[in-house]
Design a binder for this molecule. Sequence first.
Ligand SMILES: [Zn+2]
Length: 459
Amino acid sequence: MKSDLKYYLFSSLLQKEGWLSSAYLGVDENGIIKYLNNSAPADGTAIEVVQGFALPGFQNAHSHAFQYAMAGLAENHPAGTADDFWTWREAMYQCALSVDPDQAQAIAAMLYAEMVRVGYTHVAEFHYLHHDKDGRPYSNLSEMGERMVAAAQTAGIKITLIPVFYQKGGFGVDPQQRQRRFISKTVDEYFKLLEASKSAVKNSDNASLGFSVHSLRAVDLEDVKTTYQHGPKELPFHLHVSEQKREVTDCLAFAGKRPMQWLFDNLPVGERFHLVHSTHLDDNELKLLAKSGANVVLCPSTEGNLGDGIFRMKEYVKLGGKWCIGTDSHIGLNPLEEFRMIDYRQRLVTNQRNTFEGDAASYMVNEEVTSGRRAMGIRQDHHFELGKPFDAIIFNSQSHLLAETSEKNRLATLLYTSDSSRVAGTIINGKWVVKNQHHKNGHSIKTAFTKAMKDLKTR
Ligand SMILES: [Zn+2]
């Protein structure tokens, strides 16, 4: 009897315990894994043989899609002037004020297609560009959120849309004119936006919702508490914390506490919390965070680009802390680079090579995939398991260095030496979305992106 499953044979497939060689994997028409074994299925059906090593798709747990439009445009620093996060933020506001819904969607689709090309199969869109250019809400409150979901659909990536509560211009400071597209004035206004966003995700199996306050500096502290306490109980909760030193000193001056300490003193920080950056922590905050079960979302290339500082990774991991990665402003998009930056910035400040104990590559991939899925609201024990969708990045097993490397050294070689030319493709819900660097909707995505950028005239 012929099977109605689609079968692949991979040279090898990565599970948390190690490689499964000659991995036969069968998916149903929805891309759900129904067969996974190192022996061939008995039903004699056709099998697509892939000369590749399959890794679980990476989870990009922090994205502001519109910022991709300005990637690389803020790298000219006139002599004698200061340039830091806060001056960059002014340039970012200009970008945020200029895009219309069609352009935002075209930019996001291009960005998401690029994410798929480099191996991300799911993105968390930390979405605060809510309103029209004059600051008035669109007649459909979640217009821009729906555009992000539509962009993800075109790009073939899964999306967790995280509508962001953004209320203030700083601790105790009213919002500025140029933040007008982001603002919900009250918790109720934000909850209306969140409610409207449900319709943006309800028709897609590949879209889900999270909720969020932007940061302690962007929402009244009482409202931060109310938002979490009265917010949905089943969704992941995301926020930026302690990205910049000034944010810490401002919080100390305003609330008498450092931001992370304030969070622990006022909210039940635990597994539902996904704390973006968490760069500047004192010893006590670091311990509290590591023991809490919360997840830190690190964005190494953006944090480096903005001069944020260095998260205390080595100590955090020793204490049992959880983390995953995001690409934030998208100045860098390659997950392998993000891993290397995480490790190397520790090596550079400690003058030691052992950031992580044991097999660093295996540890980093396991942690990013498991905690990254949690940031999307997904719990899964194994990288690949029966009954779960098949989402994977495939590396070319014939690539010269990988082909000559033992199984024991394969993942480290792959992670520490590869660029994207070694990626053979990306499979989402059991189907190739990108193969040999070609995205299945690449032409139309690029055409729309090109038009958006020409109309914006910012590049
Ligand atoms: Zn961010």
